[in-house]
Design a protein around this ligand. Sequence first.
Ligand SMILES: *Cc1c(COP(=O)(O)O)cnc(C)c1O
Length: 238
Amino acid sequence: MESMIYNNMQTVRKNISDACKRSQRPISSVTLLAVSKTKPIAMLVAAHKADATEFGENKVQEIVEKSAVLGTEDYHFHMIGHLQKNKVKKAVLLSCLIHSVDSLELAEVIQKEAEKINKVQEILLEVNVAEEDSKYGLSLSDVEPLVRKIAAFPNIRVRGLMTVAPYTENPENNRIFFRKLRQLLIDINGKSIDNISMDILSMGMTGDYSVAIEEGATHIRVGTGIFGERDYSTKDLK
Ligand SMILES: *Cc1c(COP(=O)(O)O)cnc(C)c1O
């Protein structure tokens, strides 16, 4: 298992490096998140030995359990899944970045909990660029009005935008969605909103991260490509 994860990490890093060369970007401009949802702690440790420091989880409970063992100094947990309001307190306590904010109501709860522990919580707004019915996220036109409202929240810093592109066999099909998200970030930054200067684009997963990097991704979220297929059959993990 350890060598499989090591080899997968090497492959992903080579692909990141190739995509950066093609698009004339420095490798340091891309942050790799190892998406460890449903995976046991031993696998996070193996990825960490292969130099992973950023871990993506889609359930707060998994962050609670894994951080209790691994801490949050060497293992940085990113909340990338849909966040329920009653889980915000722990998400704010334990995650370095929340990628999945998609409503004012959720931002208000994050503000309240972050204020209580005197933290400035960094967040991304999740955008459903492809307008899929099955997905969470804001529509493109809802993003700027929400950014303007959250800009006034003292305990939240909006670092950028995130999207989960459609599942597809051909990653080229998603290029248009990545391009649209990047353009939206540029457009909003261009409006010089007080307290808003977004620098993170979280986009690209195992099937399409090379294309996402070519289109400006700063954070890619790779699960299967590092840890192998997920098995949802044995446990109540989704
Ligand atoms: C599971 C998940 C990923 C990783 O997906 P893979 O296809 O396994 O790389 C990325 N982002 C989000 C939001 C996820 O839920």
